[in-house]
Design a protein. Structure first.
Lengths: 111, 114
């Protein structure tokens, strides 16, 4: 499994764009990059996934450079409700493979 | 659809007691997972089941056993609970044929071992 490294915590203010970068130097050819969000007292929920270049959905954007050794989750104009832990995962999509969540990045959004 | 359900929601045990945490999913998913999350920490994988009839160890399997009872149900057993097993336990499931690496999580079981 490719190891991922992300910042332990980040602070932001409402209305700002937040970018969380994840390093995954040993990513394999078949691996995808997936991000989850976890609110207090809840299980994580999937927010976005990508293989290369850029992916955008109604929640976030995911930027992946050509070498795929890192990725950046971008949250546009955050609000207080975006305060959560964000996890970067790397692995194959199909099949029931072992998954490692790691410590994640704790994002604090201030008023 | 209820999604992923877990029972019980809360449990207090004494050291040495045993218990089984139940998990069921109604999404016809092949793969199921058990994680633990200690206060202020990330999730750690205990065991997973890629498909009915198979189980594999995760990052922290010691002190736990699992049973994939059928495609819907995946239980986690603590044979002799220890204070170090105080944690929130999450069960998750995933479709093997999915195009997204999306696991669906249950609400969690909050376990305290005294």
């Amino acid at each position: 499994l490719a190891k991922t490294t992300q910042p332990i915590s980040m602070d932001s203010y409402e209305g700002q764009e937040v970018n969380i970068t994840c390093s995954h130097n040993n990513i394999a050819t078949n691996d995808y990059i997936t991000w989850y969000q976890q609110f207090p007292s809840q299980g994580p929920r999937f927010i976005i996934q990508g293989y290369k270049t850029k992916v955008t959905n109604e929640v976030a954007s995911l930027f992946i450079p050509a070498d795929r050794k890192s990725s950046t989750l971008s949250l546009p104009r955050v609000s207080l409700s975006d305060t959560a832990v964000y996890y970067c995962l790397v692995g194959e999509v199909a099949g029931g493979f072992k998954t490692i969540f790691g410590a994640g990045t704790r994002l604090f959004v201030k008023a | 659809n209820a999604g992923v359900t877990q029972t019980p929601k809360f449990q207090v045990l004494k050291t040495g007691q045993s218990m089984t945490l139940q998990c069921a999913q109604d999404m016809n998913h092949n793969s199921m997972y058990w994680y633990r999350q200690d206060p202020g920490m990330g999730l750690r994988l205990i065991y997973y089941s890629a498909s009915e009839g198979t189980t594999d160890k995760g990052e922290v399997p010691n002190g736990y056993n699992v049973s994939r009872l059928n495609k819907r149900e995946f239980s986690l057993r603590l044979e002799s609970a220890a204070p170090s097993q105080t944690s929130v336990y999450f069960c998750a499931s995933k479709s093997q044929g999915a195009t997204y690496n999306e696991q669906f999580f249950g609400p969690g079981t909050r376990l305290t071992v005294l």
